[in-house]
Design a protein around this ligand. Structure first.
Ligand code: PGA
Length: 251
């Protein structure tokens, strides 16, 4: 039995005051939903005030990090820095970073190794564009991403990883993949992980769906056998909605 995991991806939203308002409204209520791991992935400046409210079922994550240990990388943040303030998770390879900030499978792979080195749990994002889906190359694109992104990781590391399947055409567009498409692709990701690391690992790894997940579609998505949770952008920003999304993930 895989424990469902709901992660909010705040992207570049919320000041400190907005963050405090949100976390006071959410933390106790979400922490009491013991059957779900909930994660809030927030911008760097507010991570410190969020980690103080961390508990067993509510963890805090960053949305990116650099792959180097330290160095002359103006504007970047290291895995050791995140670990030193008790951040638990980090999103790696989000499609917005791949599209706008030169993230490649090579940097994603280096970041995964570095995150594990500093005991951060990565949420690895993979997914195809609309053109790739329409030309029938979804599986090839995703298999390629997974092979390159996971290169050199151990079985134990991969078992601690969360993979988020996020079709680029469904992110922030209001277009959700049908639950059948989402489940089929998450199942395919599980198969690729199984081919690389064995069936035991494929059974353990948690795979989320992401892309316009909201209150009206979470129940159906969570009812699918290969979907273990969701990575949620827009709908995770409203406290009451986030609590309901976490509650809906109880399987
Ligand atoms: P969305 O974003 O829920 O706003 O579509 C999801 C994501 O980018 O992780």
């Amino acid at each position: 039995m895989r424990k469902p995991i709901i992660a909010g991806n705040w992207k570049m939203f919320k000041t400190r005051d907005e963050t405090l308002q949100f976390i006071y409204a959410v933390s106790n209520r979400v922490a009491s939903i013991e059957k779900v791991d909930s994660v809030i992935c927030a911008p760097f400046p507010v991570l410190r005030c969020l980690v103080k409210r961390q508990g067993d079922n509510l963890r805090i994550g960053a949305q990116n990090m650099h792959f180097a240990e330290e160095g002359a990388y103006t504007g970047e943040v290291s895995a050791a820095m995140l670990n030193s303030i008790d951040v638990s998770y980090v999103i790696i390879g989000h499609s917005e970073r791949r599209a706008m900030f030169n993230e490649t499978d090579e940097t994603v792979n280096k970041k995964l190794h570095q995150a594990f080195k500093h005991e951060l749990k990565p949420i690895l994002c993979v997914g195809e564009s609309l053109a790739q889906r329409e030309s029938g190359s979804t599986e090839k694109v995703i298999e390629d991403q997974i092979k390159k992104d996971l290169s050199g990781l151990s079985k134990e590391q991969v078992e601690g990883l969360v993979i988020a399947y996020e079709p680029i055409w469904a992110i922030g567009t209001g277009k959700t993949a049908t639950s059948a498409i989402a489940d089929e692709t998450c199942g395919f990701i599980r198969k690729v992980v199984g081919d690389l690391y064995g069936m035991e690992t494929a059974e353990v790894i948690r795979i989320q769906y992401g892309g316009s997940v909201k209150l009206s579609n979470i129940d159906e998505l969570m009812s699918m056998p290969n979907i273990d949770g969701a990575l949620i952008g827009g709908a995770s920003l409203v406290a009451e909605d986030f609590i309901k999304l976490v509650a809906a993930a109880v399987k």
